[in-house]
Design a protein around this ligand. Structure first.
Ligand code: SF4
Ligand code: SF4
Length: 325
């Protein structure tokens, strides 16, 4: 192996290890401890009624009191559960701030997923995921609230130093707006990243927003292309995106690592099965990024195959450069 070849291999190896921080590397070696991450439905209330909402398909008639939640978090701690990360979801979590304030101290990392219609508290240590699905026109239509898009922009503009990610759920109605949204939010200095999921059909609800596999594969290719330009601004990793494609998706969802490893608690403290999307979600057509991301972190065969593919492609590029006519 000459110097140049050695450099290519060493650079690719460094890249591999730098993209996996210590915790992720631990997951690679030892797997993800059960219940080390999960979600809490903060409230059964929401100030919106979106067309595609899975939450109100579920039966959440009551909410636990703060005291009941405190006992729950203490019992998780007492049981020695190494609480790593929690997503605070809903309903709209900002309608019940005291619970998020209480609960986030029990977890190392916290993500609050909000519809963005309310001002964001100045919590700098949490990650904020704000749902924005496409253009102003489409988003306001899906969320059934004219003016919402502009309200979200105002609420974001009013923040200082928060970790804000735009969470874009790709549907049949908005897939053509991905590039324009990337451009718009990519220019916004208050937004540090975007994450893309796909619409997951839920039994009993209209599934016309589902893209179909061919279209979905095409959009994944487009995201992979965009990732070359936007890099880490697009949170989805390349391996996780590739796992979402039609030829591999079932290898993840048939034994969903999200359902196997995480906890999902409803607003009444009752565990939701198999995951936060509830029992009616169509796992075969799951568009949630989490199971694919987890698989890409923990499946050793897949990771090794991915590293070999990356090395091969770098090797081929080097060979082509050297022998260019
Ligand atoms: S904002 Fe979220 S919880 Fe509220 S209606 Fe829309 S999808 Fe459902
Ligand atoms: S809906 Fe998706 S995340 Fe939930 S259990 Fe099914 S495959 Fe897993």
């Amino acid at each position: 192996m000459d110097n140049q070849q050695a450099t290519v291999v060493s650079r690719a190896t460094k890249q591999f290890f730098s993209s996996y921080n210590l915790a992720r590397f631990g997951f690679f070696l030892f797997g993800i401890p059960k219940n080390s991450f999960g979600s809490v439905d903060v409230t059964n209330r929401c100030n919106l009624r979106c067309d595609h909402c899975y939450f109100f398909e579920q039966d959440h008639s009551s909410e636990w009191s703060l005291e009941q939640w405190r006992n729950k978090f203490e019992s998780l701690k007492g049981a020695g559960i190494r609480a790593f990360q929690c997503s605070w979801v809903g309903g709209e979590p900002l309608l019940r701030l005291p619970l998020v304030e209480l609960g986030r101290s029990y977890f190392k990392y916290n993500t609050v997923t909000t519809n963005g219609s309310l001002p964001l508290p100045d919590w700098k240590e949490v990650s904020w995921y704000i749902s924005v699905d496409g253009s102003r026109e489409n988003h306001d239509k899906m969320r059934n609230l004219p003016g919402l898009y502009d309200t979200i922009k105002r609420n974001i503009a009013a923040t200082e130093g928060l970790k804000i990610t735009i969470a874009y759920c790709i549907t049949r109605d908005n897939y053509s707006e991905i590039s324009a949204s990337l451009e718009e939010w990519g220019r916004n200095p208050k937004v540090r990243s975007m994450v893309f999921s796909f619409f997951t059909p839920v039994r009993g609800l209209d599934d016309s927003l589902w893209l179909g596999w061919d279209e979905k594969d095409r959009i994944i290719e487009l995201l992979l292309e965009n990732k070359k330009e936007y890099g880490a601004f697009i949170v989805n990793s390349e391996p996780a995106l590739r796992l979402m494609k039609s030829d591999r998706s079932r290898s993840v969802t048939d034994r969903c690592p999200f359902a196997e490893k995480s906890f999902a608690l409803g607003p009444d403290g009752i565990a939701k099965e198999p995951c936060m999307l509830g029992p009616k979600a169509d796992c075969d057509r799951c568009g949630c990024v989490v199971p694919f991301y987890l698989k890409s972190l923990t499946d050793r065969n897949y990771i090794i195959k991915d590293v070999v593919t990356a090395l091969k492609s770098k090797w081929n590029n080097l060979f082509l450069r050297r022998h260019a006519i």
